[in-house]
Write a protein that binds this ligand. Structure first.
Ligand SMILES: *[C@@H]1O[C@H](CO)[C@@H](O)[C@H](O)[C@H]1NC(C)=O
Ligand SMILES: *[C@@H]1O[C@H](CO)[C@@H](O)[C@H](O)[C@H]1NC(C)=O
Ligand SMILES: *[C@@H]1O[C@H](CO)[C@@H](O)[C@H](O)[C@H]1NC(C)=O
Ligand SMILES: *[C@@H]1O[C@H](CO)[C@@H](O)[C@H](O)[C@H]1NC(C)=O
Ligand SMILES: *[C@@H]1O[C@H](CO)[C@@H](O)[C@H](O)[C@H]1NC(C)=O
Ligand SMILES: *[C@@H]1O[C@H](CO)[C@@H](O)[C@H](O)[C@H]1NC(C)=O
Ligand SMILES: *[C@@H]1O[C@H](CO)[C@@H](O)[C@H](O)[C@H]1NC(C)=O
Ligand SMILES: *[C@@H]1O[C@H](CO)[C@@H](O)[C@H](O)[C@H]1NC(C)=O
Ligand SMILES: *[C@@H]1O[C@H](CO)[C@@H](O)[C@H](O)[C@H]1NC(C)=O
Ligand SMILES: *[C@@H]1O[C@H](CO)[C@@H](O)[C@H](O)[C@H]1NC(C)=O
Ligand SMILES: *[C@@H]1O[C@H](CO)[C@@H](O)[C@H](O)[C@H]1NC(C)=O
Length: 484
């Protein structure tokens, strides 16, 4: 009912660029509204599911529906074809559920289109009005298939040594210590609001994000908040600003690029997927990944987006998406007349919050002035900020043991060494997702949130054990603890 109206409105607001063909797209999305991290485990809320579903519906109207404004070349309109897309998410219920809701918006139930005739003339419609089952590749389950290079990334993702050191350095930086000192009374004055969850010695800038998050969730969901008179608009804004400073500095430092390893692995994955779209003449034109706001921030920093607007140093809203469109003005595009790379550009779009309510806007990357980047330039610029395979990851992270022992010596002929080689040749999408998930773990678990995890009774020991178990058995768990 309401949905129909919404879809209609959306369709009419999508800008149309005449003559352009979209050859493929990569979308990276944050999860929708959820319960606070401080009260783990966090869950996607109904509101959150609506946000990502509506975002998926927006992209359906932009790229997929039969009357879409920018239909993607060779992408199936109504019936989702698994081989045409890769959808990934770390193993995390909020992110996995968000990915599912998004895909439902993108490829809604097909009703009678799912009807099939049996030998005895009976027709059968699929359950739930022809609901479509779209696989969401979970990083940790990838290790259970035969493609064992995924294991390496999964393990590698369990800790990038230099990035951990870098992020932890923020907590001893003069910037951090100054902000901490300046805000002691600001946070302690808020204790009446947060004291059911935070102790007095936790009410400080070290927990800037979790305190902001806890109060932000309450302002959305709780009809009554203790001492809510303390939460003036000015205070709420200050909470957000401080949380943004805190998270930005954990995710990116211009003079210490390894801190942004999440953005580097994402950059590699985007190029790898878009490149395979092009080499396959759009046989697989759609890549979608769900991940954390920290990955957005790390990528924004590396792609020089803060030069476009300081807003890019803020935590993105729930259900935010960035999209990388492969576009061409070449005419008469077909598989036998596929445009050459010199005729193809990348358009970067960002929607702050659900795309249904926040029309994605195009922004220039890498300090350029044009919002379109020629494909070859895009690939070159992304290569400068990318970490794209196990060996590069080990070198950048300064790790030389465990999974990195074989990839750095290069001399032994063990199976894992062979796997490392095939990783860089054959593609890295799932493993890279693992590293992204792991960076989130790194930033979130090893950084600020240690305290919160203890509060929630979720000991870090458990996380370490899981990671260790993954490392030794190749079982699931490397991405455990990912919270976004
Ligand atoms: C999330 O869901 C789990 C399982 O239903 C529940 O135990 C937990 O309390 C929920 N978390 C919050 C913050 O509501
Ligand atoms: C037709 O075959 C299906 C599957 O074997 C069965 O469930 C159904 O009852 C059959 N219908 C008739 C009319 O025999
Ligand atoms: C990388 O090194 C760090 C620091 O020594 C360590 O904590 C982490 O577990 C290592 N990661 C891997 C994948 O071996
Ligand atoms: C950024 O990195 C530089 C070089 O490592 C360091 O001196 C500085 O304190 C860092 N800044 C922050 C905010 O972490
Ligand atoms: C939280 O603060 C309020 C107001 O200062 C106080 O009445 C209450 O007892 C405190 N609760 C806890 C658990 O400390
Ligand atoms: C909001 O409500 C939840 C559930 O009742 C509660 O756990 C949480 O402490 C409340 N938050 C605030 C800031 O009052
Ligand atoms: C606080 O912000 C809300 C929402 O932006 C607005 O409706 C309200 O008028 C503001 N209150 C004051 C006192 O400025
Ligand atoms: C794209 O893939 C082809 C074939 O695997 C490879 O030769 C080429 O270097 C890749 N280009 C980029 C920019 O990654
Ligand atoms: C997105 O919105 C949030 C406010 O909700 C803001 O802090 C952040 O800077 C915005 N980011 C961009 C890129 O506009
Ligand atoms: C295609 O041409 C239009 C009109 O000149 C222009 O606005 C658009 O940016 C072009 N797109 C590409 C991918 O070159
Ligand atoms: C478009 O391409 C097809 C082959 O894919 C060709 O037969 C046709 O003549 C072309 N049309 C134009 C207008 O170039």
């Amino acid at each position: 009912m309401e949905l129909k109206t919404l879809l209609f409105t959306l369709a009419s607001t999508v800008p149309l660029i005449k003559g352009e063909t979209v050859l493929g797209v990569y979308i990276f999305s944050r999860h929708g509204d959820r319960t606070p991290k401080a009260l783990a485990p966090a869950n996607l809320t109904s509101l959150g599911a609506d946000e990502v579903f509506d975002s998926g519906s927006y992209y359906r109207n932009r790229y997929i529906a039969s009357d879409s404004s920018s239909p993607i070349f060779r992408l199936s309109r109504d019936i989702a074809v698994a081989s045409q897309m890769t959808v990934t998410s770390p193993v995390d219920t909020v992110l996995q559920n968000s990915a599912q809701a998004f895909m439902q918006g993108l490829y809604p139930p097909v009703g009678t289109l799912s009807t099939q005739e049996l030998a005895n003339d009976t027709s059968v419609e699929a359950p739930l009005d022809g609901y479509q089952y779209i696989p969401i590749n979970a990083v940790s389950t990838a290790s259970s298939n035969t493609n064992s290079e995924d294991n390496e990334w999964l393990q590698g993702g369990s800790g990038c040594g230099n990035a951990m050191v870098s992020s932890n350095n923020y907590f001893i930086s003069s910037e951090y210590l100054a902000t901490y000192d300046e805000t002691t009374s600001f946070y302690s004055d808020l204790l009446p609001v947060i004291n059911s969850t935070f102790d007095a010695d936790e009410a400080n800038f070290k927990n800037a994000y979790t305190i902001f998050d806890y109060i932000n969730v309450a302002t959305i969901h709780n009809q009554t908040i203790p001492s809510s008179d303390l939460l003036t608009n000015e205070t709420l804004l200050q909470l957000k600003v401080l949380a943004n400073i805190h998270e930005w500095n954990l995710a990116y430092n211009a003079s210490d690029k390894i801190r942004a390893v999440a953005g580097s692995t994402l950059a590699a994955q985007v190029v790898q997927q878009l490149n395979s779209t092009l080499t396959g003449k759009s046989k697989q034109p759609l890549g979608i990944q769900f991940g954390a706001y920290a990955s957005f921030m790390s990528f924004f920093g590396l792609a020089q987006l803060p030069a476009v607007s300081a807003d890019f140093t803020g935590v993105v809203d729930y259900a935010s998406t960035m999209a990388f469109e492969l576009v061409t003005n070449a005419t008469n595009v077909s598989t036998s007349n596929y445009p050459s790379t010199s005729d193809i550009s990348v358009r970067f779009l960002f929607a702050n919050g659900t795309a249904a309510e926040n029309e994605p806007q195009a922004y220039p990357l890498f300090g350029r002035s044009d919002t379109l980047t020629p494909w070859t330039t895009f690939a070159e610029e992304m290569a400068k900020i990318s970490i794209g395979d196990t060996a590069a990851w080990c070198t950048a992270c300064g790790n030389s043991t465990g999974v990195c022992a074989s990839s750095t010596t290069g001399s032994d002929s063990s199976s894992s060494d062979a796997n490392a080689a095939s990783t860089s040749e054959n593609g890295i999408s799932l493993p890279v997702a693992g590293v992204i998930g792991a960076l989130v773990t790194l930033v979130v678990v090893l950084g600020v949130e240690t305290l919160v995890y203890f509060l929630a009774g979720l000991k870090l020991v458990k996380k370490a054990t899981l990671a260790h178990a993954a490392a030794s058995s190749g079982a699931t768990g490397g991405a455990a603890g990912v919270k976004a």
